[in-house]
Write a protein that binds this ligand. Structure first.
Ligand code: PEP
Length: 274
């Protein structure tokens, strides 16, 4: 039986690089070098560069994403950015990136609330999960990722009541990035087979929440961790994976041109098979 036709997505996380003065030029150059209509492209610059990137990307078919949102809707949280403040600036948001879990102490409970804030404000969340090296070495990678997902879901589901179809709305908007922590910014990548196995664990976990299997199967799962134009093929060759969240290489025009061109081959093959 054919599964759902999931989109191929390449998202770039610029992390703490660029400023309003140079971000627009970079975003435009990246967009022009990666113009592949079959691939969904998302660029996530720092907050202060969102407006410049939005303006530079007008008419270029690349979505703008934020790298984070706060878990509360508003309040006395100096220096933070609420999801609602991103209206008009971004349409996607990364949630639960491992660098924020590590540096800002973000918990699964907060991450679940962030998912809710994203839905409330119309943002499409890219939820990041991934095990650390100790868990991978101890054979605990899968339970570690399951725990992150279950923790976020428990908090999302317990959040302010928003209607009986909360889960359905999340299912229709959610993208998950499997990013093993030991592979981020290290030059090491997971194997395509290991990443695909984790994608299956992730979708089985969503189905375990009572989501219809078809909804769980329709959630795109990206791989992230030292993806370059030289390593993307291993992931795009896996039918269970739907693209990549790219960090370091997302700032390099040539690299992104190669990554998106490779991803487009998979996107076209899926379209032809559908
Ligand atoms: C990331 O920031 O999500 C990431 C995967 O980074 P890198 O590609 O640099 O490993």
């Amino acid at each position: 039986m054919m599964g759902p036709m999931r989109p191929v997505i390449i998202a770039g996380n610029w992390k703490m690089h660029t400023a309003p003065a140079d971000a627009g030029h970079l975003a435009a150059a990246l967009a022009d070098a990666t113009a592949e209509p079959a691939v969904v492209r998302v660029t996530c610059p720092p907050f202060v560069a969102l407006a410049a990137v939005r303006d530079a990307l007008a008419g270029r078919e690349v979505a703008v994403g934020a790298q984070n949102v706060h878990h509360e809707a508003a309040g006395a949280f100096t220096g933070e950015v609420a999801a609602a403040m991103l209206t008009g600036l971004a349409t996607w948001a990364i949630v639960g990136h491992s660098e924020r879990r590590r540096d800002a102490g973000e918990t699964d409970a907060q991450i679940g609330q962030k998912l809710r804030r994203c839905l409330e404000t119309g943002l499409r969340p890219i939820l990041c999960v991934g095990e650390g090296l100790a868990d991978r070495d101890a054979g605990r990678a899968e339970p570690a990722v399951r725990d992150q997902l279950d923790g976020a879901w428990a908090s999302f589901a317990a959040g302010p009541p928003g209607g009986a179809d909360d889960g359905a709305e999340l299912a229709s908007r959610l993208v998950i990035a499997y990013e093993p922590v030991w592979a981020i910014g290290t030059g090491r990548t997971a194997s395509g087979a290991d990443a695909a196995a984790m994608a299956r664990v992730i979708r089985a976990t969503l189905a375990g929440w009572g989501w219809p299997r078809s909804s769980a199967e329709a959630v795109p799962v990206l791989y992230g961790g030292s993806v370059t134009s030289a390593t993307i093929d291993a992931f795009m060759a896996e039918p269970d994976l739907d693209g990549a969240l790219v960090g370091g290489a997302s700032l390099k025009v040539e690299e992104m041109a190669g990554i998106v061109a490779r991803a487009a081959l998979t996107a076209h093959a899926r379209l032809e098979a559908s």
